[in-house]
Design a protein around this ligand. Structure first.
Ligand code: NIG
Ligand code: FE
Length: 397
C-alpha cells in the first residue's frame, strides 16, 4: 500500500465545512496551507499541513504542489459524448440568426449510426482525456444519438466502458422513421429498447419539450425506467416553459436539467424537493438564449448544479471552468457558489456522497490550479489554470 501526501497547497477547497448549514464561501470549507493524504484511492487525512499526523508525514510519496490551489475534481453531471460528426455549420448559421431547435439532433443520429464502435470509442476516450486536462474527474454520459434498439444499446455499452454514470436517453427525439406515430416510438423505448439498455445504465432521461416528448409520454418513459431500477433525470424547459420540471419533482427525479424558462410555480416546487436543478451555461452561451436566473433559485433554497452538457448541437464545450465563469458573469452566481455547484452540486445531482468533496473516506478526486485561490476560475476566464488532476488517487493529467 502506497500512501501519497500532497503538500504545499496554498488554498484547499474541501466542500466539507464544520457547519453543515454554511452558505456562500463558508460552504467551501477552505483550508489554508493544507495537505491531503491519499491511501488506496481515498482521502485518508486532510487538514493544515502543520497538523499532519505521523502517518501522513511517513507517506512513501510526498508531492509538493508549490502553493497551488486544490479543489475537488469537477463533477460534470450532464453530457452527450457518444456521437460522430459535428455541427459546426449549424453553429455558424445560428450565429447568423438561425435559431436552435431539437431537430438538429437527427443529423447527429445519422452520423452516429454510420460510425463503427471503434470510431466512437476512440472519440470518447479523447473526450475523457480532454476532461481530465480540465479538472473533471466524474462525467455522466447519455446515449440518445442511436434511437434504435441496436444503436442505443451500442451507445450505452460504449459509455459504460468509460464511466459508471451512464444514462439511457432513447427518448432524446422521435426518429424520422417514427415521425408519423410518435407513440409507437415510446412503446419501443419503454419496451425492447429499455430491455436492451437498462443493464448498462444507472439512469434514464427524457427530453420533455415541444418538438421532443410530451409530458404524458415523458411520464410513461420515466415510470418504465423506474420499474427497471433506473434513477430519473429530465431535460426540461430548455426552449420554453413547460410541465417537465413539475413532472421531474413529482416523480422524485435526481435532477432536472436546463431550466432556462422557469415559472414561479416551478421554483416553488424545486425548493421543496430533493430534485437538483442542473444549469448548463454552455447551452445559453452557444444558442444565444437568455441565461437562467441562478440567483433566484439559490435564494429560494434550491440545490443548483452546473454541468457542461457537452454535445455537438447546443453546447460543444467540455470545460467546467468555462461554465463556472459564464455562470458567475451571466447567471448571478458568486464564484464560491459556482464552484460548489460544479463539484458538490454535480455530486448531489448524481446522488453521490463519495465525490465532490475532499474529506476522509471520499475518493481522492482532485484538481490543482495554478492560481492563488478558487476565485481565479471565474476571474481568469478562458485561461487553462488546471495544472494536475487525480482520479481515485492516480494522476490522470
Ligand atoms: O441537452 N436538449 C436536448 N439535448 C441536447 C442537445 C442535443 C443536440 O442538439 O444534439 C441538450 O441540449
Ligand atoms: Fe442534454
Amino acid at each position: 500500500m502506497t500512501r501519497e501526501l500532497l503538500t504545499g497547497i496554498g488554498q484547499l477547497v474541501t466542500n466539507d465545512p464544520a457547519d453543515p448549514a454554511a452558505t456562500g464561501v463558508d460552504r467551501l470549507g477552505l483550508v489554508a496551507d493544507a495537505a491531503v493524504l491519499i491511501e488506496e484511492g481515498r482521502v485518508a487525512w486532510v487538514g493544515n499541513a502543520s497538523a499532519a499526523p505521523a502517518a501522513a508525514r511517513a507517506a512513501e510519496v510526498v508531492t509538493d504542489l508549490g502553493g497551488a490551489t486544490v479543489i475537488p475534481g469537477f463533477v460534470d453531471s450532464h453530457s452527450h459524448l457518444v456521437f460522430a460528426g459535428d455541427r459546426s455549420a449549424e453553429f455558424e448559421a445560428r450565429m447568423s440568426g438561425t435559431p436552435y431547435t431539437a431537430g438538429g439532433i437527427r443529423s447527429t443520429v445519422a452520423a452516429t449510426r454510420a460510425a463503427s464502435d471503434s470510431e466512437l470509442l476512440a472519440r470518447l476516450r479523447g473526450f475523457i482525456r480532454e476532461l481530465h486536462r480540465q479538472g473533471t474527474t466524474t462525467v455522466e454520459i447519455k446515449s440518445g444519438y442511436g434511437l434504435s434498439v441496436h444503436d442505443e444499446e451500442r451507445l450505452v455499452a460504449l459509455a459504460a466502458s468509460v464511466t459508471d454514470e451512464v444514462t439511457f436517453l432513447g427518448a432524446h427525439v422521435v426518429p424520422t422513421d417514427y415521425a408519423a406515430d410518435p407513440d409507437a416510438y415510446v412503446d419501443l423505448v419503454t419496451g425492447p429498447m429499455l430491455d436492451a439498455c437498462a443493464p448498462h445504465a444507472r439512469w434514464i432521461d427524457v427530453f420533455c419539450e415541444t418538438g421532443a416528448f410530451t409530458v404524458e409520454q415523458s411520464r410513461r418513459i420515466l415510470e418504465a425506467g423506474a420499474v427497471r431500477g433506473l434513477g430519473l433525470r429530465v431535460h426540461a424547459s430548455q426552449l420554453g416553459p413547460g410541465e417537465g420540471v413539475q413532472l421531474a419533482v413529482s416523480l422524485g427525479a435526481a435532477s432536472v436539467d436546463h431550466c432556462t424558462y422557469l415559472t414561479d410555480a416551478d421554483i416553488a416546487a424545486l425548493a421543496g424537493s430533493s430534485t437538483v436543478t442542473t444549469l448548463l451555461p454552455g447551452v445559453e452561451f452557444s444558442t444565444r438564449q437568455p441565461y437562467p436566473d441562478a440567483r433566484r433559485l439559490i435564494d429560494a433554497g434550491v440545490t443548483v448544479a452546473i454541468a457542461c452538457d457537452c454535445n455537438p448541437g447546443s453546447s460543444f464545450t467540455s470545460s467546467m471552468p468555462f461554465c463556472i465563469a459564464v455562470a458567475v458573469r451571466d447567471m448571478g452566481m458568486t464564484p464560491a457558489e459556482a464552484l460548489w455547484s460544479a463539484t458538490a452540486g454535480g455530486a448531489a445531482a448524481l446522488r453521490r456522497s463519495d465525490i465532490g468533496r475532499v474529506a476522509v473516506g471520499a475518493r481522492a478526486d482532485l484538481a490543482a490550479l495554478a492560481a492563488p485561490s478558487y476565485v481565479h476560475l471565474a476571474y481568469r476566464p478562458g485561461v487553462p489554470l488546471v495544472s494536475a488532476t487525480w482520479k481515485d488517487g492516480v494522476r490522470v493529467a
